[in-house]
Ligand binder design. Structure first.
Ligand code: SF4
Ligand code: SF4
Length: 267
């Protein structure tokens, strides 16, 4: 990586999203004050800074590409930014909006959700940022957290690639000595196939992971689907485990569709 200027410039862009990942910046608290001494934030609408087209060293991008206008805007962000970092499930996998990609159900969702659907101009499919422009790094999660974000920014400022948390959540459970909710409580936990980064948040509170950080490296979704069958889940329930926040991530997408068809990934 090439060295940054003394005070690198940063932009935070929003596409189709709930703003939750941008809150990871605001939730940094005192660290945000320290950060502003090390970088200059030029565009961040949520914090009142409005310069969307200004060139920057690092652009963080939240949200999926859900409208034609967003595709154009993403291209402008790419050409104005030295590094582009996608943040959150919407930006990395299409997010919840990508549920409309399943079965080409865009019109059904739109008509069910909006009181006046005739005014909604959205693309048939919601797509991750990397489907349209080159993305240098991705931070997965729904939402991402401030620790992840700060670690990524620190790495970039030190001139090294951010660490990609692609271990499975189960490993984090072991590190933290959490009692497994699947083994002890028969809960259908997605931890065995989900990337960590959250610190095994849900199992820490006795809940099963629902996969909000997306697929880990080499996820054995076939084996986990069989385990879920063994716990008594019907095909549709197994499919819904995979087809939720990260239904657009190929590993979860494929596992969900196979489960929904009643098939087995080994067939
Ligand atoms: S609770 Fe879930 S994430 Fe933790 S070890 Fe068990 S299966 Fe893995
Ligand atoms: S345990 Fe799973 S669902 Fe819970 S925050 Fe972590 S990745 Fe998301």
């Amino acid at each position: 990586m090439k060295a940054f200027p003394e005070k690198p410039t940063v932009a935070v862009h929003k596409f189709s999203s709930c703003d939750g990942c941008q809150l990871a910046f605001l939730n940094m608290g005192a660290d945000l004050v320290t950060l502003t001494q090390r970088v200059e934030i030029l565009h961040f609408l949520e914090a009142g800074l409005d310069n969307p087209n200004t060139p920057v060293d690092i652009a963080f991008v939240e949200g999926s590409l859900s409208t034609a206008d967003e595709i154009e805007r993403a291209r402008r962000v790419r050409s104005a930014s030295r590094y582009v970092v996608s943040i959150g499930a919407c930006a990395t996998a299409g997010g919840l909006q990508a549920l409309r990609n399943l079965d080409n159900s865009h019109d059904q969702w739109r008509d069910a959700i909006y009181a006046n659907p005739q005014f909604i101009e959205t693309l048939q499919h919601a797509r991750p940022i990397a489907s349209e422009i080159r993305v240098d790094y991705e931070l997965w999660g729904c939402p991402i957290n401030s620790r992840q974000l700060l670690a990524a920014i620190n790495a970039l400022l030190f001139g090294v690639p951010p660490i990609d948390d692609h271990d499975k959540v189960c490993l984090e459970c072991k590190r933290q000595q959490q009692v497994c909710v699947m083994v002890t409580q028969d809960k259908p936990c997605l931890g065995p196939v989900t990337r960590t980064g959250c610190g095994a948040l849900c199992p820490t509170f006795g809940r099963d992971c629902y996969g909000c950080y997306g697929p880990a490296d080499n996820p054995n979704t076939a084996s986990l689907s069989r385990r879920f069958q063994g716990l008594g889940l019907l095909p549709d329930a197994i499919a819904r485990r995979f087809l939720m926040i990260n239904s657009g991530a190929p590993a979860f997408h494929d596992a969900g569709l196979i489960a929904r068809s009643g098939g087995n990934q080994d067939d």
